[in-house]
Write a protein that binds this ligand. Structure first.
Ligand code: ADP
Length: 375
């Protein structure tokens, strides 16, 4: 069995160990030489070029993704060549455009923040006036890790984005949402195979700093009351959008205890890295199973608590292994994951996971372990 992964980042890299265990051949189409996933059989080429992508995909059984940015015309050529694509182009279209995502979620009856498509400062001003004078403006396309997301409190707060609107917006509009008064951010991950089976991991809490995921706690502390609702929501969305593979549903828990969907990702997700050690079946193994339409594995946790802390940055030019003599000795219970990237302040170069019976202990160990790399 051969799986082709488009994109050579850390998500493709972390599919390699379960592919080896299961005896699945993994091939990666990376953008550059020396990518994070370069440890797999790697071709280098532009994912926006249909001929390159079709040539790469010719001898794999299924194509899947490390990111959601492959353009629809390229996906259409892949489909025309008879190559199975999972998740499929229609599902990916939802993940590629935040305005379309809002439309489809609303149509499925999923709870979402109040939102509107706005074409100019005057429409933005009208929305702000109707929603307490503040809002969050988002570029529908191309944003990640908080880039393309801005809190605005005045009608002219997104003028620069309106000026460049063709680059990052569909239909000449930006997305504006109410500024949600949230208690915390949660994530519900599930995997769905083409035949329809869905397996969901426990609801987790994600702690964001400067728009970037910093820590994940699994399961979400005190989240029992929300567990069923979150699982049902992810199952409804996965089925309604016919997602195949891992679906991540990023959620807000509002100050008054409701769940609202912030974003969807249709691939393994940072909030699921804890599953490598913390669940019977990791998100990377489950993604491979799901896209190959194999029976799904048990998503049950293997520990009471798992805490994942991202390694963000560190001195330029270093790599995580440079500091292993000290870090590995300092926290022997921590599991270290390095993405084969050079450090740069703020860049996600790896993560650390600690599991155990005591949340405070696991959290402080995971933070200490990640801290060895950070300055
Ligand atoms: P990205 O695609 O860059 O991850 P998101 O849409 O997930 O962007 O937004 C990034 C972060 O901005 C979120 O994790 C959240 O902390 C904050 N945010 C996004 N939308 C809202 C909103 N409507 N209200 C309040 N905070 C928001």
């Amino acid at each position: 069995m051969r799986v082709g992964v488009i994109g050579g980042g850390q998500l493709a890299r972390m599919m390699v160990p379960p592919a080896i265990e299961l005896g699945i051949e993994l091939r990666v189409l990376a953008e550059v030489e020396g990518s994070a996933a370069g440890i797999a059989a790697t071709a280098v080429g532009d994912y926006r070029d249909a001929a390159t992508v079709v040539a790469f995909a010719r001898d794999v059984d299924v194509v899947t993704f490390d990111h959601e940015h492959v353009p629809q015309p390229v996906l259409a050529e892949l489909a025309a060549a008879g190559i199975p694509i999972r998740p499929g182009p229609a599902a990916l279209a939802v993940a590629q455009d935040k305005l379309y995502m809002r439309e489809r979620l609303a149509a499925l009856g999923a709870p979402v923040p109040a939102w509107a498509a706005v074409h100019d400062a005057s429409e933005l001003g009208d929305f702000l006036a109707a929603h307490g004078g503040a809002g969050v403006v988002k570029t529908p396309r191309g944003g990640y890790d908080g880039k393309g997301v801005r809190v605005v409190r005045a009608a002219d707060g997104a003028d620069d984005w309106f000026a460049g609107i063709d680059e990052h917006a569909s239909g000449g509009a930006l997305l504006v949402e109410e500024l949600v008064d949230f208690r915390r951010e949660l994530a519900q991950l599930a995997a769905r195979r083409p035949s329809g089976d869905v397996a969901a991991w426990p609801l987790v809490e994600s702690i964001q700093r400067d728009g970037v995921c910093a820590e994940v706690v699994a399961p979400a502390p005190g989240g029992e009351a929300l567990t069923d609702a979150a699982r049902d929501l992810a199952t409804t969305i996965a089925a309604g959008l016919e997602v195949t593979g891992v679906l991540a549903v990023e959620l807000f828990e509002t100050a008054d205890g409701r769940l609202l969907v912030n974003e969807l990702a249709m691939r393994p997700h940072n909030t699921g890295h804890w599953t490598i050690e913390g669940a019977v079946t990791s998100q990377f193994e489950q993604h491979l199973r799901a896209v190959l339409d194999l029976p799904l594995g048990d998503p049950a946790p293997r520990a009471l608590w798992s805490v994942m802390v991202n390694v963000l940055g560190g001195p330029a030019g270093e790599t995580m292994p440079d500091r292993y003599p000290i870090a590995l000795a300092g926290e022997p219970a921590a599991k270290f994951h390095a993405y084969g990237k050079e450090s740069r302040p703020g860049r996600k170069v790896g993560h650390v996971t600690v599991t155990g019976d005591n949340l405070d202990d696991a959290r402080s160990r995971a933070r200490a372990a990640a801290g060895f790399f950070q300055n």
